[in-house]
Design a protein around this ligand. Structure first.
Ligand SMILES: Cc1cc2nc3c(=O)[nH]c(=O)nc-3n(C[C@H](O)[C@H](O)[C@H](O)COP(=O)(O)O)c2cc1C
Length: 162
């Protein structure tokens, strides 16, 4: 069972429901490990959800040749002026591998850059998901990522406790 006592807040933007579906999967895996997980749609999320908490997963799909999902724009603008010292986040992007050369999941990269510029700590590998051939392939990728990433939040929590 996981040792993380504070919740992980998943903040995501999704238009057609793909990112939302993947976030629900991650939430389920982490809850099965005993972690409290709260899901937030980005367009309904005030900056205070980030400033008042410590652990996050940010996720977005990418649209229109490299643009972040528009549902994330207002929150992202506010994130530019914040100080996220002492907070930890991981990242997932959904996109289409046809954009691999230039714009694949670049919406997610934009959030990660602003997070890090605002002194947030990033953990794990930022997972990118294209239009993979089968639902089960995505499920396996997501489960593996969720299993590998959860302990990284726990090490941050232990580091801060000592
Ligand atoms: C008009 C259009 C533009 C897109 N542009 C990009 C893009 O620039 N880069 C990318 O990686 N994926 C792009 N995609 C793929 C979407 O990000 C992908 O379908 C994703 O799963 C949508 O997730 P959502 O339903 O959570 O919004 C585009 C899709 C459409 C229909």
């Amino acid at each position: 069972m996981a040792s993380l006592t504070a919740p992980i807040h998943i903040i995501y933007a999704s238009t057609g429901g793909n990112t939302e579906h993947v976030m629900e999967q991650v939430a389920q895996y982490w809850r099965e490990q005993g972690v409290t997980v709260e899901l937030h749609r980005s367009e309904q999320t005030p900056l205070s959800v980030i400033t008042n908490n410590k652990y996050f997963l940010f996720a977005t799909s990418t649209w229109d040749h490299g643009a972040i999902n528009p549902f994330f724009l207002a929150l992202l603008k506010e994130m530019k002026t914040a100080d996220f010292s002492g907070k930890t986040a991981s990242f997932i992007g959904l996109g289409d591998r046809r954009y691999e050369k230039y714009y694949f999941c670049s919406g997610m990269t934009a959030i990660k850059e602003i997070w890090e510029k605002s002194k947030g700590r990033s953990v794990g590998v930022a997972l990118t998901i294209g239009r993979e051939p089968f639902e089960t392939v995505i499920e396996e990728m997501v489960k593996k990522w969720a299993d590998e990433t959860l302990p990284l939040y726990e090490s941050q929590a232990q580091g801060q406790a000592t």
